[in-house]
Design a protein around this ligand. Structure first.
Ligand SMILES: [Zn+2]
Ligand SMILES: [Zn+2]
Length: 205
């Protein structure tokens, strides 16, 4: 599986494109739709699905436009299902004091769900804390997309709707059980190994 970062997306979020055997998935459509579609076209792949790591506004910027232009369905964990449509829950209102909402994702995920992209497997790992339905996507056996759960040197904030520091702490304990050599691709900032990211949290143990 190949991965491309279409950074910068809106609000400095990473927007990833996964490609396997002519099939593409966008993870967190924070770049504008035309930019994403141009990259998909360049790759020669067909956009299969839109995966959301969680429901915050900065990760869903072009969610509706992308669905309108491609018919690719969106996936989100069931506990974040109502965030895109609610500007208070997805924090758009908190930051901009205006209302912006998106259509509900077509598919709701649970922990350990398995999706496919071409002939590769994507496993959903529920890692609540930043939001109730935050997930990491384990792609094949070497890539881990961590959303806003884990960055190099930091973790996601827990003070917005659905945030819970105790749950995030438990999620980090779970991530420590995964192979440290996994390459992580976070919602913000640079890629690194899972071990490097977890060791960078020396202040948080
Ligand atoms: Zn977030
Ligand atoms: Zn974010």
């Amino acid at each position: 599986m190949q991965i491309y970062n279409l950074f910068p997306g809106s609000f400095a979020s990473n927007c990833y494109l996964l490609i396997a055997n002519g099939h593409a998935a966008v993870v967190d459509p924070s770049a504008n739709a035309d930019t994403i579609l141009a990259e998909v076209k360049k790759s020669g792949a067909v956009l299969d699905k839109i995966l959301l790591t969680h429901g915050h506004f900065d990760h869903i910027f072009s969610l509706d436009e992308l669905r309108e232009k491609t018919n690719a369905p969106a996936y989100i964990h069931k506990d974040d299902a109502d965030m895109p449509e609610d500007a208070h829950k997805n924090a758009f209102y908190t930051f901009f004091h205006s209302l912006r909402s998106y259509r509900r994702p077509e598919h709701l995920l649970q922990d350990k769900d398995e999706l496919t992209l071409g002939d590769e497997k994507i496993t959903v790992l529920h890692t609540p804390g930043h939001t109730k339905g935050s997930v990491c996507y384990l792609c094949g056996d070497s890539l881990l997309l961590t959303g806003d759960t884990l960055f190099y040197g930091n973790i996601g904030r827990c003070d917005l709707y659905g945030g819970n520091e105790g749950e995030l702490r438990s999620s980090l304990h779970f991530l420590r059980t995964l192979p440290p050599e996994l390459r992580i691709y976070p919602g913000h900032g640079e890629s690194c190994s899972l071990g490097e990211a977890l060791n960078s949290l020396y202040f948080y143990d």
